[in-house]
Design a protein. Structure first.
Lengths: 196, 196
């Protein structure tokens, strides 16, 4: 009763949505990715910093380079998903603050030091990955986020400038046969929420 | 055209939703928080780790202790929001893996070392904060996430066990008069998304 979005949307975005482990062959188009981005870009980040960057792995050559960096349990699905996205933090996100957070002209200089920039960027890019996963589902697609890979290897293969750090790899597509593992339990409210 | 959720829901969750800076007096009930949790708890985390913990600051005494730790620009709104939540990572999240990720009995021991646990927990709790912000909006409420506070002070005041680390403080309620600052621009698709 407390939620205002309808039950079907609750199911689509959260209750029935699952991390897919197999996919159909149906392509995921650039138009779909653009629609997802144009939705989730509005979700909030500190100082409007928007540090998330997304690399769509579309060529066979890039796909092979990525699969080589994935953990064994993730290689098959990363090799066969219609689209794979490498999501990363741009540790030079502060370069955009003069245009993205114009009412605080000192914002860029406040992040002159990498030691301040990297944790802020990583945290906010992680929030944005949360938004992105919900956005992928809002497009009727399944997301398969993965953490099992050689991060240094991916950074070297795909981010030669040393300014980006991979945070996750996400398979995207329509769920295929046997896409779901059985759902694991969730923590109870009282295990997560306390009141003071 | 690529999105399957309706335009009103897109607006509610993303396009028209904004970070609120003032709130009405209307309370936010435990029932609302429970409904939000029961929605967003399904969103994915690595190994079903669910490291996010939420402290609802309801007593005057706790509110005062929190406001004292907030940056000057955040004190007034943190003091007046109907509900304030401290969201934190439980760095001992691995204790729950035997029940939450039962098909991999070695999961807990794989996180025996804090050096592996803290980055994984912080990343996944940050994803969950992204889900939570969308969930707050799904309940028709506005969220006001803040990063300007003394993190060590909050950890000391509210997490004396040394096992939790604050990641954000979120004001929650119905937007009040003058709740919104003008919306800042967003990065263009081509600034964020590349294809290889």
């Amino acid at each position: 009763m407390s939620l205002v979005i309808d039950a079907a949307t609750q199911d689509l975005l959260f209750r029935e949505a699952r991390t897919a482990n197999t996919f159909t062959d149906e392509p995921v188009t650039d138009e779909q990715v653009q629609a997802i981005y144009d939705l989730v870009k509005y979700a909030p980040t500190a100082m409007n910093s928007q540090p998330l960057r997304i690399v769509l792995v579309r060529s066979d050559e890039a796909r092979e380079r990525l699969v080589n960096q994935m953990g064994d349990g993730n290689k098959a699905k990363t090799g066969s998903a219609p689209l794979v996205a490498i999501v990363a933090v741009d540790t030079d996100f502060h370069e955009h603050l003069p245009t993205q957070f114009p009412h605080y002209p000192g914002a860029k200089d406040a992040f002159a030091e990498e030691d301040a920039r990297i944790p802020t960027g990583s945290f906010n890019a992680s929030l944005q990955i949360g938004y992105l996963i919900i956005g992928i589902r809002a497009a009727g697609l399944a997301a398969g986020p993965m953490a099992g890979y050689d991060a240094e290897g991916i950074n070297k293969e795909f981010f030669g400038d040393g300014k980006h750090r991979v945070l996750a790899v996400i398979n995207i597509g329509r769920p295929g046969e046997g896409a779901w593992f059985p759902r694991n339990p969730r923590l109870e409210y009282d295990q997560v929420v306390t009141t003071v």
